[in-house]
Design a protein around this ligand. Structure first.
Ligand SMILES: Nc1ncnc2c1ncn2[C@@H]1O[C@H](COP(=O)(O)OP(=O)(O)OP(=O)(O)O)[C@@H](O)[C@H]1O
Ligand SMILES: [Mg+2]
Length: 271
C-alpha cells in the first residue's frame, strides 16, 4: 500500500550557521621574505543576529580576521562560509566600517552613503530611499546635503555606518570604528550602534581595544591571545538586550570587565 506523504511535517534540514569559520589561519610574507604567522587557527560559529565583540592585544590579528571575513585578503588555510557558501573575494552580503570613516570629501553625505549603489550597480531609486531611511536611523536626516568637512567625527562615522548598511548586507564588520572619538561621543555611539543592531536585525562583529565597550556591546566577547591570535576565551554576556549606559554601573557588568581585564593582566598586557 502506498504510504501517504507527510511532507508538511517532515523535519527540515537546519539552516547553516550564518558564519562558519574552520581552521582559519593567516601568514603574511614580509618584504624581506620572512613569514609572519598573524592569526589562528580559529574555529568559530556565528549565528544570525549575534553581536560579537573581539578584544585582543595590539598586533594579534584582529584586523586580519575582519579583512579575511570581508574577503579583502586571502586566507592561508582554513575555510569561511557565509550562509553555507565559501568566501572567495569581496562579499555583497557583508558591510565593513573601518577605524576612520574614509568618506569622499567632494561628495555630500547622501552621495557618500550611495557609493555602494554605484559599485554594486544597484537600483538607484530603491537604494536612494533606503539611504534616506538609514540617514534618518543614524540621526542625520537633516545633514544629507552637507559635505564631510561640515560634520563632526561622530557624525562622519555614522555616515560610514549608513554606507555599510545601504546594500542591506546580513553582516556588519566593524574594526575599531569609534577609536578616534572622544569618550563622550564614543559612549553615545555605543548606545546608537546597539539600537541600530536591534532595529536592523544584522549580525555584527566588532573589534575594539576597550574592554568596557566590548562588554557593553557584545552578546559574546571573543578574547584573543597574542599573535598569532587564537580564541583564548569566549565570554557570554548576560545583560539585558535593551542596554543603556547605566548598565555599566552594575555589579554584573563589573564582573565581566574584571574577568577580561584579569585575563590580560595575568599575561602582562595591562598593569
Ligand atoms: N601586510 C602585512 N604584511 C606583513 N605583516 C602584516 C601585514 N599586515 C599585518 N601584518 C602583521 O600581522 C599581525 C596582525 O596584524 P593586524 O593588523 O591584524 O593586528 P591587530 O590585532 O588588528 O592590531 P591592532 O590592535 O594594533 O590594530 C601584526 O603582527 C602585523 O605586523
Ligand atoms: Mg587592527
Amino acid at each position: 500500500m502506498p504510504t501517504m506523504s507527510l511532507s508538511g511535517s517532515e523535519p527540515r534540514a537546519p539552516l547553516p550557521a550564518l558564519i562558519q569559520i574552520d581552521g582559519l589561519q593567516k601568514h603574511y610574507r614580509t618584504r624581506s621574505g620572512e613569514s609572519v604567522q598573524a592569526l589562528g587557527p580559529i574555529d568559530l560559529t556565528i549565528d544570525r543576529g549575534e553581536f560579537i565583540t573581539v578584544v585582543g592585544p595590539s598586533g594579534c590579528g584582529k584586523s586580519t580576521l575582519l579583512k579575511m571575513l570581508a574577503g579583502l585578503i586571502p586566507r592561508t588555510s582554513g575555510t569561511i562560509r557565509v550562509n553555507g557558501q565559501a568566501i572567495d573575494g569581496p562579499q555583497r552580503d557583508i558591510g565593513v566600517v573601518f577605524q576612520s570613516p574614509v568618506l569622499l570629501p567632494w561628495k555630500t553625505t547622501f552621495d557618500n552613503v550611495m557609493l555602494p549603489a554605484t559599485v554594486l550597480k544597484l537600483d538607484r531609486e530603491a537604494t536612494g530611499a533606503r539611504a534616506r531611511q538609514l540617514l534618518d536611523m543614524v540621526g542625520l536626516a537633516d545633514f544629507a546635503n552637507r559635505y564631510p568637512n561640515e560634520l563632526s567625527g561622530g557624525m562622519q562615522q555614522r555616515v560610514a555606518i549608513a554606507r555599510a548598511l545601504v546594500h542591506d548586507p546580513a553582516v556588519l564588520l566593524m574594526d575599531e570604528p569609534f577609536g578616534a572619538l572622544d569618550a563622550m561621543t564614543r559612549e553615545t555611539m555605543n548606545v546608537e550602534i546597539r539600537r541600530i543592531w536591534r532595529e536592523s536585525g544584522k549580525t555584527v562583529l566588532f573589534v575594539t581595544h576597550s574592554i568596557p565597550e566590548a562588554v557593553f556591546l557584545g552578546s559574546r566577547v571573543l578574547v584573543l591571545s597574542s599573535r598569532p591570535g587564537c580564541i583564548a576565551e569566549i565570554v557570554d554576556v548576560e545583560l539585558p538586550a535593551q542596554r543603556d549606559l547605566d548598565v555599566m554601573t552594575t555589579e554584573r557588568f563589573g564582573s565581566y570587565t574584571r574577568r577580561i581585564r584579569q585575563h590580560f593582566q595575568a599575561r602582562g598586557f595591562i598593569e
